[in-house]
Every structure is written in C-alpha cells, then in structure tokens.
Unconditional design. Structure first.
Length: 241
C-alpha cells in the first residue's frame, strides 16, 4: 500500500557524487525538504529519513568489493533504525526492508534498474511525491569527458517518467545529470554552432527557447534555479556561476 503521507511531498535524494555539497549548502541556507533520502553510505554523512541500498548487505559485511563505502556501512548498518530499502533482508541490518519491486513495476509498467539510484527515483514516482531534488547524482564530470559511471541513462529515463507523472525535478547546479552543468548556449545541439545560438530560458516559470542576444542579464539566483518544460515540470537546473 502506498504511504499517502508522501503524496505531494518534497524529497531530496542525496548520492555520493561531487554535487552532494550543494545539498549541504542548501540546508545550511534554510532549504526545507519533507524527507531526505540517502544512497548507500551517505547515511553516515547526513540526516535522513530513508536509505536506498539495493546491494545485499553481505556485499558490505562479507567482502571489500564496495571499496571506500565498506567501512562506513559496516559501522552504521547494525544500529540503523531504517527503513533501508534493499533486495534481501539480513539479520545484521535490523532496519532493512524489502524494496517493493513488484508493486513499483506494476504501477509504472517499467522494469529498468541498473544501479541503486533509479530504484529511489522510481519509488518517488510510486509514492506520488510532488518534487524531487537530486544531489550527488552526477555520473560524469566535465574535467574527464571520457569517464562516466554506468547508470546515468537509467536515471534520466526514470526522471523523464517522473515528469509524465507531474513530479517537478531539480538537479544540483554542478551535476552533469540532464546536462545541468552545461552552459545554456551549449545545450541545444546544432543550434550551439550558430553565431547567435538558441538557448533555454524561463518566463513566469514557463520554459522558452530564445536567441541568446535577446536574453536580458539574469537576476541573482539561489544555488538552484529550475528549468521547466511546457507542463511546468523542472527538467534541468542552472545555478550561480
């Protein structure tokens, strides 16, 4: 059964990527979220309401395959109250609960999960939340254009699904997810090669496409500034320079 208390809620999903620092800054500057969800070992670093750890706990307790996350999870999992959504219950993790995979798949009609983060995004859609903020969900970095962790496409697939459900999406301004950290004049392929490129802009919370020369200098913004699609769903973010 869906937890109706989450319907319409604002949720911050925090992963281990570099843009996690934007979450910390947002909280320090008064930003409020109805719930905060931690991915894997972020549970040791931030206050949170739920954890998504889709690897079995044995991966952390019985092997060192999880690398730097291992020690933090071994220390925190035995005393964590949960809920920690995972694929297998383990007596060493009293707060673990089985991820409602069947219900999520039946509700969405989709079954595409190749890393932990998409499970959390799909859960957000299943719970009918109102707004999802993503921090530390980066996957690729501008200083190393040849490297990207597997899974970015899966996350963006589920974010697109969320927009069809009316969920507004915000991404940390420094994250590569949804090309958020790409300069506005470089986001529209082909048009970016023009002398006066087309760029996305916002007018009264509506997403528009305009010539760069027609855009007025921006007003000061907070750490996060939404870019909305035609249905008022935020599809990308730009932040302070």
């Amino acid at each position: 059964m869906k937890e109706e208390k989450l319907k319409g809620a604002s949720v911050a999903l925090v992963g281990l990527g570099n843009s996690q620092g934007v979450f910390t800054s947002s909280v320090a500057n008064g930003k409020h979220y109805d719930e905060v969800w931690a991915v894997n070992s972020m549970l040791a670093a931030i206050k949170h309401d739920r954890v998504f750890m889709m690897d079995p706990a044995s991966r952390f307790f019985d092997t060192d395959k999880a690398g730097p996350q291992t020690e933090a999870l071994r220390r925190e999992l035995p005393g964590h109250p949960g809920p920690i959504y995972t694929c297998e219950l383990d007596t060493r993790v009293p707060g673990s609960v089985l991820y409602p995979l069947e219900a999520v798949v039946q509700d969405s009609g989709l079954c595409y999960f190749n890393n932990t983060v998409p499970y959390a995004i799909a859960f957000a859609a299943y719970q009918e939340i109102g707004k999802l903020y993503l921090y530390g969900i980066d996957f690729s970095y501008r200083k190393n254009v040849h490297f990207a962790e597997a899974g970015r496409a899966c996350c963006e697939f589920w974010l697109a699904y969320c927009t069809t459900k009316g969920i507004k999406i915000e991404v940390a301004h420094s994250s590569a997810l949804l090309d958020t950290n790409v300069a506005p004049e470089e986001r529209l392929y082909g048009y970016h090669r023009l002398t006066d490129p087309l760029v996305m802009t916002i007018n009264e919370e509506k997403l528009l496409v305009s010539r760069q020369s027609e855009i007025l200098p921006p007003e000061p913004v907070d750490n996060l500034q939404g870019v909305y699609d035609i249905n008022d769903n935020i599809v990308s973010m730009a932040g302070k320079a």
